[in-house]
Design a protein around this ligand. Structure first.
Ligand SMILES: Cc1ncc(COP(=O)(O)O)c(C=O)c1O
Length: 377
């Protein structure tokens, strides 16, 4: 059967964007988790001064980048040591997430299943499809927004699994998972656990967590500078963990020609060595989460603050709208606010919309004024 791509999730928002953009003052786009705030000037300066343009960059990442990433993991998560041999660079993490099943299948061709969180970043399931694998959704534990109810995985699916994806804090729900139990379950079943930790810096409920705090065997933590340092346009990520998995992926990716450009690697080193810009960004997101939750509550759409991440995961109020698309339509029409209906993150997300608090407070205040003018009796 010929492979047929689904529509790109965010392309489905074009009609809503048109409605939101009709407002005087324009659309306030909170649909995509793309950073709006600037990276630190020293990081931007490093892009133009590394002198790395002429030669090919190291596919695994320069020694400086790998050392900076390892030192950051140790600092942030209280790890003793992350040897550079257990860590390698990726070109941002989306390409890594999308290609892991395909690459792992080279190692274990008899396996054909990707386990991933039922309500999640769409690329986990897309990576399975691109590899010709089955994408099997794992629900969160009952009553939880994040994490994985691993007791719900059928033994037949576990027996065929190439990888288990975890994402804590979760995009889109903001929930946190139990990374220790996930690592233990993966080891018990011989299934590699890949833990996408790109929102770890924005953990509100306690300190940031990494699967690596529970040992390196059988696990790979995946990190990105896109959200941490507002560098989504520069494309720097890295993965670290199990010696054999990291070395296998590093080697195949080198053959495939995957390389973070040298100037981007130099900027990554600069970003990883600084914490103050991350501190400032954390404060901005927390302010905006609280502010927007207040506005939405006043508009009759109460929402709690997430345990992590920079998204509000807003339930569709019962009886007010038939579904999340209708709610997103009302927010576009009444507030000029563009949000993402929750089914973009899996069928189980259909009762919510996701609001990314990536816009500055003055733009969110405009939404507040507009929604405040609408009666919702
Ligand atoms: C959960 C999750 N993982 C990975 C990514 C990819 O980020 P990047 O490719 O910029 O590293 C995103 C981006 O939104 C995300 O939300």
């Amino acid at each position: 059967m010929t492979f047929r791509l689904p529509p790109y999730p965010y392309d489905r928002l074009a009609g809503l964007a048109e409605v939101a953009a009709a407002h005087e003052g324009g659309m306030v786009d909170c649909s995509i988790g793309t950073p709006y705030d600037p990276p630190p000037p020293a990081v931007v300066a490093a892009l133009g001064s590394s002198g790395t343009e002429r030669g090919y960059p190291a596919s695994a990442g320069s020694l400086a980048l790998r050392e900076a990433a390892g030192a950051w993991l140790c600092r942030r998560f209280g790890l003793d040591d992350v040897p550079v041999s257990r860590l390698a660079a990726c070109v941002g993490t989306k390409e890594f997430v999308a290609s892991v099943p395909h690459l792992l299948r080279l190692r274990r061709p008899e396996l054909d299943t990707v386990l991933y969180p039922a309500v999640s970043y769409p690329t986990y399931a897309m990576g399975a499809e691109l590899a010709g694998c089955r994408a099997v959704a794992v629900p969160p534990p009952p009553g939880r927004a994040g994490g994985l109810d691993l007791g719900a995985v059928a033994p037949e699916d576990a027996a065929r699994a190439l990888v288990l994806w975890s994402n804590s804090p979760s995009n889109p729900t903001g929930g946190l998972g139990d990374l220790g139990s996930e690592a233990a379950w993966g080891r018990a079943h011989g299934i590699p656990v890949f833990s996408d930790e790109c929102y770890a810096e924005f953990t509100w409920d306690g300190p940031p967590r990494s699967v690596l705090q529970h040992g390196f065997d059988g696990v790979v933590a995946v990190h990105s500078l896109s959200k941490r340092s507002n560098l989504a346009g520069v494309r720097v990520g890295f993965y670290a963990g199990d010696a054999e998995l990291v070395e296998f992926l590093r080697a195949v990716r080198q053959h495939a020609g995957l390389m973070v450009p040298g100037p981007a690697q130099a900027a990554g080193v600069e970003a990883l060595e600084d914490e103050s810009h991350v501190e400032a960004q954390r404060a901005r997101y927390l302010d905006r989460l609280e502010y927007l939750a207040g506005i939405l509550g006043a508009y009759g759409c109460p929402v709690g603050l997430p345990e992590g991440g920079f998204y509000l995961w807003v339930p569709v109020p019962t009886g007010r709208w038939p579904d999340a698309w209708a709610m997103a339509g009302a927010l576009a029409a009444d507030g000029g606010l563009l949000v993402s209906p929750g089914d973009l993150y899996g069928a189980a997300g259909a009762g919510h919309v996701r609001v990314a608090v990536v816009q500055p407070l003055e733009r969110l205040a405009l939404v507040g004024e507009r929604l405040g003018r609408v009666s919702h009796g």
